[in-house]
Design a protein around this ligand. Structure first.
Ligand code: FE2
Length: 209
């Protein structure tokens, strides 16, 4: 009798990250307009500038100051339409039983992260799907760093081999390009490490519920 009988390993309780890269030639004008609009709003929004400064956010975010981006500029309404379809596709892949309803955009905000800025580890409460659309990603700018949601349970678990499979790592970095959409379930803890680029990193984040 063989000492190593056939065996199988089944992935369970999988954490999924959705990615779509839209930055092709067709999207060039869209990205350029979105970039200009984000910068213009960041220059004008004094409440957002003050909030960012008070909270130690190196750069600008409209997170606490503006809640109407799709009504404020048509480019954000266009972005919302794009995101609606990606969120619906992700919800379908996750086998969400939504009882016939669709997840709706709950909030959307601009992030203009200066060189050496970062956004510490966090989750997005009161939401189902969260994500980011990347507008300007100059060379050297931060990736998105995602954390294994079971990390707090791993009292005596060995570290994982650095060259092991990505799905076995405790932390995974997703490196976006301009035009990348990343989506994840809102309970998944993530952070933006220090922006080592010489230029600003511009993104639009959002919650669906
Ligand atoms: Fe976030």
């Amino acid at each position: 009798m063989s000492k190593t009988a056939p065996a199988s390993v089944t992935p369970l309780f999988v954490t999924e990250l959705y990615r779509a890269d839209l930055g092709d030639a067709k999207f060039e004008d869209f990205l350029a307009e979105l970039d200009d609009t984000c910068r213009a709003i960041a220059d004008e929004d004094e409440a957002g500038q003050t909030w960012s400064q008070t909270k130690g956010y190196l750069g600008y975010t409209s997170y606490a100051s503006l809640n109407d981006l799709p009504a404020r500029a048509s480019i954000f309404a266009d972005l919302k339409a794009i995101l609606d379809s990606h969120v619906a596709a992700f919800a379908d892949k996750l086998d969400f039983d939504l009882n016939g309803r669709k997840l709706k955009l709950d909030s959307m905000w601009i992030n203009v992260l200066e060189p050496m800025g970062h956004h510490s580890s966090h989750i997005h409460p009161h939401s189902v799907i969260s994500g980011t659309f990347y507008v300007s990603i100059p060379e050297g700018s931060s990736a998105l760093r995602l954390e294994d949601p079971r990390l707090g349970f791993m009292m005596n678990a060995p570290l994982r081999k650095a060259n092991g499979k990505p799905e076995h790592q405790s932390f995974v970095c997703a490196t976006p390009l301009a035009g990348t959409v990343l989506l994840w379930e809102s309970w998944l803890r993530h952070e933006v490490p220090i922006n080592l680029s010489d230029d600003v990193r511009i993104s639009v984040s959002f919650n669906y519920a």
